[in-house]
Ligand binder design. Structure first.
Ligand code: MN
Length: 737
């Protein structure tokens, strides 16, 4: 954060006071006791502490904590305590104020939350992978959920104002948001925030696509409103007769979710029919909710024909994140599909604000159990993981962010497991001892393999045996983090015994060779290509590595080393590879224009001159150039941020780039191939490398390989192709490598 030597001006302080006054005005009805004094004290402390600081945009820094505080209250629905913490959230991190001072003035509760927020900061340290960050986020989450909710508000505000940041930082922040905060917001049911995260991520990573969709939504708005109106008018009359307070919303879905639809279903914008959903929200007491919602359902389906497969009853069994609603899709006017969401005000509040709204309804409908179970799960994961953050992350992602399957114990108790969970996962879910000792499993009375994938409604019985022990294959059978970490633990203890044995063998062997154990072990581990001593020891015990083989080494000065010829051979290889290096430098790495770097254009996204790019130093394949919107980019940025280098295209150099385009369309029977060849090779004079087209039921799909000079030329080709009759979509192919 830039410090200036000069304090913010008087005029600026007035602006800050105004912003703070709005916050207080909106919060007024929630203030009790000495809340107001505490708020004022927090504001004064933050104002004074940040007075020499400005944001990237130049405005006084204090406006940021005030904005975060407002988001906490107005958008997430948090109370005065959280608002005080939000005002103070950057004070300890960035100013001379110490935690002690906060403790003195505000007491233990606020201090604990501010401390949690401070610990969550400093996320961009080199070598600190995002997996570790996530672990940090989750540890504070289980302590006080408000820490994470305030952090979400902080992140939202930073994203809303991200325009002032340099682009490479924007991408990094976007990647981290995509990796940690968006899924977490989803899991906590903070639907609104999650959508906003995803929209901003898309805007940063693929601005063209984003702006195009935004524009298309805007231009179709009038027509859509008309449609919604004509759709609702007969229903509204019926609802009025019911004498239940209700409101309806016809809202366009988030741009990012429309984009996902376009991607997943591979259809153009014009063919995404469920661009919007119509929501009917009624206000009835909790005990009448279910009946009333179904009543509305039957009312609507009196008018419009429903599509039975699309009926989703999240009221009878709420989603794992607490979401409740009754969804259906009907065939509306002009044969258009319309998604209808029927819910009550309470359900709507939970759907929009998720966890934050839960406090309000706590006890009303046993709501909290969903989150309690989830938090318990996180606790187990955190407790069981010994260090490997990437393992942890994978477990966490598969375990807690996916959709669920609902199954039952023999007593009829319902258990929620992630979709794709197996019978063995179920055993571990009941209790880790039952998992470890599971010998056979029955589903609905029939014996099934351990890897049987659970289906909604399955009743599962696990038989155990004292002599059972997990083996390596079990890791691949389970998908839940809990099962995986328990199996790993059990295997590790077995491995430890193996390793001890191997170490003993090695100690004896090296003693015989009369060389020191410590001094030679790393050399041996390296020579045999193991990552850790432990793995090497175990391999010796298993006889995958034979100690008799050590005679190939020579001993010099009581150290093991390679005989001379071997070394020479390796040097040779190095020399030849150096010769191969000379080629035109198309890309400038790290802004060092005169520096030669060895790199390759990545085949997963085939960058073309003009694309936004970055360089990634891979551990085995040298440096690769990727497009910024490459499918692999967010993974690389978040897990290996320290290996990313800035890359730009060299202005002067010329070269050809190979690209693959994917086309799709309706076969008009007028020889699409000929049209394509005419346009591309003929009119544009571009060298086509390959063209293949397959037709199925009147729809064709094809791919074209070609050489282009730069992005501009490529875009010209894509534009041209789109004008050819019958072609619906043209996209650059990205493979996942
Ligand atoms: Mn902040």
């Amino acid at each position: 954060m830039p410090h200036t030597t000069e304090s913010i001006t008087k005029d600026e302080i007035d602006v800050c006071h105004e912003a703070y006054d709005i916050l207080i005005k909106n919060l007024a009805s929630k203030l009790k006791g000495d809340d107001k004094e505490m708020l004022d004290a927090a504001y004064r402390m933050a104002l004074d502490a940040h007075k020499f600081q400005r944001r990237k945009s130049g405005e006084p820094y204090i406006l940021h904590p005030i904005a975060v505080a407002r988001i906490c209250h107005e958008e997430i629905g948090l109370g005065p305590t959280a608002v005080i913490c939000a005002l103070l959230h950057d004070v300890v991190e960035d100013t001379p104020i110490e935690l002690d001072e906060i403790f003195e003035k505000f007491g233990p509760k606020i201090t604990r939350i501010v401390d949690g927020l401070t610990k969550l900061d400093g996320l961009y340290n080199v070598g600190n992978t995002n997996a570790e960050n996530l672990k940090k986020v989750l540890s504070t989450l289980v302590e006080d959920v408000r820490v994470v909710l305030i952090k979400m508000a902080d992140r939202i505000h930073n994203l809303r104002t991200i325009g002032a940041m340099p682009v490479h930082k924007q991408i990094k922040i976007a990647a981290e948001t995509e990796f940690i905060y968006a899924p977490l917001a989803h899991r906590l049911g903070l639907y609104k925030i999650k959508s906003e995260f995803e929209d901003i991520i898309l805007k940063i990573t693929d601005p063209e696509v984003y702006l195009e969709l935004e524009e298309k939504i805007k231009t179709s708005e009038k027509e859509r409103q008309k449609f919604i109106k004509s759709f609702l008018s007969p229903i509204k009359n019926k609802l009025d007769e019911l004498n239940i307070p209700f409101r309806t919303i016809g809202r366009v879905k988030a741009i990012s979710s429309i984009y996902q639809k376009i991607q997943n279903k591979n259809v153009p914008f014009e063919r995404v029919y469920d661009l919007f959903a119509i929501r009917i929200i009624i206000d009835v007491p909790v005990e009448e909710e279910k009946r009333a919602c179904w009543h509305i359902y039957s009312l609507i389906t009196d008018f419009y024909k429903p599509i039975p497969e699309r009926l989703k009853d999240w009221i009878t069994s709420p989603k794992g994140n607490g979401y409740e609603s009754l969804h259906t899709t009907i065939i509306g006017p002009k044969g258009r599909f319309v998604e209808i969401q029927i819910r009550t005000e309470r359900m709507d509040d939970i759907a929009e604000r998720g966890f934050a709204a839960h406090w309000k309804y706590k006890g009303k409908k046993n709501q909290n159990s969903v989150y309690d179970g989830w938090l318990d799960n996180i606790r187990t994961l955190l407790d069981n993981q010994e260090g490997d953050a990437i393992d942890f992350l994978n477990d966490f992602k598969t375990n807690l962010f996916k959709k669920e399957v609902y199954v039952f114990t023999p007593n009829g108790e319902m258990r929620i497991l992630p979709l794709g969970a197996t019978a063995l996962d179920f055993a571990f879910d009941i209790h880790s001892d039952i998992g470890i000792k599971a010998s056979s499993i029955k589903v609905n009375g029939k014996l099934v393999p351990m890897g049987y994938k659970l289906v909604n409604g399955d009743q599962v019985t696990v038989n155990t045996s004292k002599n059972q022990k997990p083996n390596k294959d079990w890791i691949n059978i389970v998908v839940t983090g809990k099962a995986r970490s328990k199996i790993r633990q059990s295997l590790n203890s077995a491995k430890k015994i193996q390793a001890d044995l191997g170490k003993e063998i090695l100690v004896r062997k090296l003693k015989n060779l009369k060389v020191d154990f410590e001094e030679n072990m790393d050399f041996l581990v390296n020579q045999y290509g193991f990552r850790t001593r432990m793995e090497f020891y175990a391999a010796v015990a298993d006889e995958h590595v034979k100690t008799s083989d050590f005679k190939k080494f020579v001993i010099e000065n009581s150290k093991l080393c390679l005989p001379k010829e071997d070394i020479v051979e390796k040097e040779e290889v190095k020399k030849t590879s150096k010769k191969a290096k000379k080629k035109v430098q198309l890309v400038v790495i790290n802004g060092e224009e005169n520096q030669q770097y060895e790199y390759q254009l990545s085949r997963c996204c085939n960058p073309v001159k003009g694309d936004e790019i970055f360089a990634f130093v891979s551990s085995t394949q040298g440096m690769k150039i990727h497009r910024k919107n490459c499918k692999n980019a967010s993974n690389l940025f978040t897990n290996y941020g320290y290996r990313i280098l800035k890359a730009e295209w060299q202005g002067m150099t010329r070269s050809k780039f190979i690209v693959q385009l994917e086309i799709e369309g309706l076969d008009t029977g007028i020889g699409v191939i000929q049209n394509i060849t005419n346009e591309i090779s003929g009119k544009l004079g571009i060298n086509m490398k390959s063209l293949s087209i397959a037709e199925k039921e009147g729809i064709f799909e094809g791919s074209i390989g070609m050489e282009v000079n730069n992005l501009e030329q490529l875009n010209k080709v894509i534009k041209k192709l789109k004008t050819i009759e019958g072609i619906n979509s043209v996209n650059r192919i990205t493979n996942s490598e």
